[in-house]
Design a protein around this ligand. Sequence first.
Ligand SMILES: [Zn+2]
Length: 432
Amino acid sequence: MNGLHKILFKAGQRWRNPSLAGHYAFLKRSEGWSREQLIDYQWEKLLETIRYAWEHSTFYRQKWTEAGVHPGDIKTPEDVRKIPVVSKQELIHHNAEVHSDEYFGRKFYAVTSGTTGESLSFWKDENADSFNRAAIFRGYSWYGVEPWEFNGYFWGFSFGFLQRIKTRVLDWLVNRYRLFSYRHGDLARFARKMQHARYLEGYSSAIYQTAKLILEHDLPRPAGLKLVKGTSEKIYPHYHEATLAAFGQPVRSEYGAAESGVIAFECPEGHMHITSEGVYVEEENGEIIVTNLVMRSFPVVRYALGDYIRLKPADFRCACGMEHPVIEEVTGRVGTTVYGKTGVYPSLYFYYVFKNLNKNHGIKLSYQVVQPEKGYLVFRLERKLSAAERKALATEIEALFKDDVEYELREGEVLFPDGRKGKFRDFVSEVE
Ligand SMILES: [Zn+2]
């Protein structure tokens, strides 16, 4: 069966992504490059990208002209910081002018999943799409996974009956089996199918929830998985306990977005290596600013993706041997405001509340915080707490918010309801 799927996969790839094989071969070579080689290559690609955006995108030319920046002036990484940062709103509202004026042969329509507000759509050229897939497949290769091997998939709940059948057929073609819902029958079938799977991928919260249910219902545990890959969402430390028990693997992180491409992929040593060949990453006030070095149809230059990150020091070298710089942690989403009675706080505060709860008291919790009105918070917790745990949590909440918020704890809550669409959010504001 694997032979057939390999043939189907390769044929599909040659038809849809003719440049993928070349990118993959390149990325497997550059995997062994020194830090210096990587930085030199990345710098050349960055200058090329900046020049391209200037010449072919009305939006960037206008924006940079207003800021008094010309590509010819960019000589050092410090100069790069003079280029104004671009936001998602700008890419949405000036969509036509951001697109390149050049003709592209094959291109794909990409729509990003907007959890809050509007979603961004754009045309992605074949070269960029293929490079991105190649970067993901390189990540797979670190775990001995071939992309055509049988895999489990967690996206796209809430299907109608006919759509489910159609999806099953398409999934069969790419050799994957999808979990449609958390209903017992669906779960049991999924767990049985996964006995033959080699890797799993999906939203981290969905992977975690499935692992927990497999343990709770004592369903068969997949034994032959080489990789469990979580995308698009933050991976909390306690996820790993559940997935190690249910799937025999921790959740590995693939970090990126459709508009930026793959930014980083976690190696077997547990470090998120930046795809230096395809992105240029800067950190400004804790926020990630990313430039896509490959996509030309829709240039993305100095883009504020909306995540807080922490980079490993430049002299850090990973035991896996790759010298690609490392993102130590994606700490949270930028931008959602928490309202106290008088003050305002970034939603990143919740990350610290629960991180400190773990660090100072050894308590790991799954949570979601909801703000129904200013000055009031609802902490929804997945399990029941002991009196001591409740007290520890109160200490950590009050350490950060003082007495500026009233709050209640709701224990034993279902955080990941069945049939949900889109991503899990750890903070939901109902204010405004
Ligand atoms: Zn590594």
